[in-house]
Ligand binder design. Structure first.
Ligand SMILES: C[S@@+](CC[C@H](N)C(=O)[O-])C[C@H]1O[C@@H](n2cnc3c(N)ncnc32)[C@H](O)[C@@H]1O
Length: 279
C-alpha cells in the first residue's frame, strides 16, 4: 500500500507538530505563488513538449536564472530573526539526526570535525556523541552561533567543542572532516567552488568532506527536492543538485566520492562523503 500523501512541512515537522496548520497554509500559499509566477512567465507553454534546461527557459521567458536574495545579510542586521531561523533549521535537522541515530550512521572520517554553517550545532552534537575520540568546531556567521554553546553543553559535549565565527567564502579553519549540511544548496556553483577551495587549502592531509543535501533525481520524476530547488532559487539564488553535479564540483577541488548514504524516512536527503586525493 502506498504511503498517505504528506505535505513538505508535515515531512519536515512531523504529524501533529505545533503550528502544523499554519505550516500547511504557508505551503499552500507558496505553491499558489509559484504557480502564479510560472504561469505569468509562460513556463507551462515552454515545457509543453518536455523538460528543458533552466537557462534556456529563463532566456525565453525573460526571467533571471540567477536571482539573488541576501537573506543572511538580512539576518546579520536582525539577530533575533536569525535566532528563530536557527531554531527552525535545528528542528528540521533534529529529524535527520533521529534517523541517523536509528540507523547507527557514523562518518568514515574522524579527528577534528568542522561543521561549516553548522548553526546551533545540532548535527555536530550527534557526530561528537557518536565518536568519543573526535573534537568539533561549529563555524558560522556570528549571529547564527549565539545558541550553539548551550546546545553542545546541554549534550554534555561542551569540553570537546569550539565555536568560531567567520565567512566560509573567505576562509575555513583546519580540519580532518568538514561537514556541509544543507549549506551548498544556498549557493551558486562559483560560491560552492570558493568554499571547497578553502577546504582544500586549509584541510589537513587526506581531509574529508561530508555533504548532506536533498538530491535532485537524475530524470524528470517528481521529488520534494524540486520544491526545495525553487525555494532556494527564490530566497537565496541557490539551487539543489543531482549527485553527479555534486561530484563534478568536488572533483574540480580534488575530492572523490567514497560513500553515498540515502536517508528516506523524513526527506530524500543523501549523505555524500568525499575524500581529498593529493596530486
Ligand atoms: C540552511 S542553514 C543550515 C544549518 C545547519 N548546517 C543544519 O543543517 O541545520 C545554512 C547555514 O549557513 C550559514 N551561513 C550562511 N552564509 C555563511 C557564510 N558566508 N559563512 C559561514 N556560514 C554561513 C547560515 O548562518 C546558516 O546557519
Amino acid at each position: 500500500m502506498s504511503e498517505p500523501r504528506m505535505t513538505l512541512h508535515e515531512k519536515m515537522l512531523g504529524h501533529g507538530a505545533d503550528g502544523e496548520q499554519a505550516s500547511v497554509i504557508l505551503e499552500s500559499l507558496l505553491m499558489a505563488q509559484i504557480a502564479l509566477v510560472l504561469a505569468r512567465l509562460g513556463v507551462p507553454d515552454l515545457i509543453a513538449a518536455g523538460p528543458r534546461p533552466v537557462a534556456e527557459l529563463a532566456a525565453e521567458a525573460g526571467a533571471n536564472a540567477d536571482a539573488l536574495g541576501g537573506l543572511y545579510e538580512h539576518y546579520g542586521k536582525h539577530p533575533e530573526e536569525a535566532m528563530w531561523f536557527g531554531r527552525a533549521m535545528s528542528r528540521v535537522t533534529g529529524t535527520m539526526v533521529a534517523e541517523l541515530a536509528a540507523s547507527g550512521f557514523r562518518p568514515l572520517a574522524s579527528g577534528r570535525i568542522v561543521d561549516l554553517g553548522g548553526g546551533r550545532g545540532t548535527l555536530l552534537a550527534y557526530l561528537l556523541g557518536a565518536d568519543p575520540g573526535a573534537t568539533g568546531v561549529v563555524f558560522d556567521r556570528a549571529e547564527a552561533l549565539a545558541e550553539a554553546p548551550q546546545v553542545l553543553a546541554g549534550a554534555g559535549l561542551g569540553g570537546r567543542a569550539e565555536f568560531i565565527p567567520g565567512d566560509f567564502l573567505r576562509e575555513v579553519p583546519p580540519a580532518d572532516l568538514y561537514v556541509l549540511s544543507q549549506v551548498l544548496h544556498n549557493w551558486q556553483d562559483d560560491q560552492v567552488r570558493a568554499v571547497l577551495g578553502n577546504c582544500r587549502k586549509s584541510g589537513r592531509p587526506g581531509n574529508s568532506i561530508m555533504v548532506v543535501e536533498l538530491m535532485l533525481p537524475d530524470g524528470p520524476e517528481p521529488s520534494l527536492a524540486h520544491i526545495m530547488d525553487l525555494i532556494m532559487l527564490t530566497t537565496l539564488g541557490g539551487r539543489e543538485r543531482t549527485r553527479a553535479q555534486h561530484e563534478e564540483l568536488m572533483a574540480e577541488a580534488g575530492y572523490r566520492l567514497v560513500r553515498d548514504t540515502p536517508l528516506a524516512r523524513v526527506l530524500p536527503w543523501r549523505i555524500l562523503e568525499f575524500q581529498h586525493q593529493p596530486g
